[in-house]
Design a protein around this ligand. Structure first.
Ligand SMILES: [Zn+2]
Length: 166
């Protein structure tokens, strides 16, 4: 997967939107030496109250109105809203490649356009849910980091041949 991420960075801006927590993700990226490759990381915030560790919800549904998204998003995070409203991904980028596996990834994938791609992990909830609820974007399945790398090279080649002939 590391190779795929590095490759992707050569032609795209990379974002992480995760329902884990920022400490965990930054520690992982640092350990792998790839932190600098990401434009932004959005996740829940770790807390430490007198030595008791916890995680504060990214979207604080305890103090705010529910985010109101009905597309299987957990109360603490609607990745679709983050993608569209906060990061303005759809407004900024002509083409999006979305990599995901969980049910919380369905909402942002559902919002993608027919020129975008979803790389969904095979046999995981996202892929299963898309199968029952088709979306506009193109869907490709993967099982390993090597598969992702292969898919990315194919997509990039297709994109280059299309833009060079138009
Ligand atoms: Zn949502």
């Amino acid at each position: 997967m590391l190779e795929a991420i590095q490759y992707c960075h050569t032609f795209a801006d990379l974002f992480i939107v995760s329902d884990a927590n920022t400490d965990f993700i930054h520690a992982f990226l640092e350990k792998e030496g790839i932190q600098h490759l990401f434009t932004r990381v959005i996740s829940n915030t770790p807390t430490n109250t007198n030595g008791r560790f916890g995680v504060a919800p990214y979207y604080n549904f305890l103090t705010r109105e529910p985010h109101g998204c009905s597309l299987k998003c957990p109360p603490n995070m609607c990745k679709g809203r983050i993608e569209e409203d906060e990061l303005q991904i759809l407004q900024t980028y002509e083409r999006v490649i979305y990599l995901g596996d969980g049910m919380g990834d369905f909402c942002p994938c559902h919002r993608l356009r027919k020129t975008d791609y979803v790389l969904a992990r095979a046999d995981f909830p996202l892929a299963q849910h898309i199968q029952e609820n088709p979306i506009a974007a193109n869907v490709r399945l993967w099982k390993s980091g090597h598969d992702v790398y292969q898919l990315l090279t194919t997509l990039l080649k297709e994109h280059e041949s299309r833009t060079s002939t138009s």
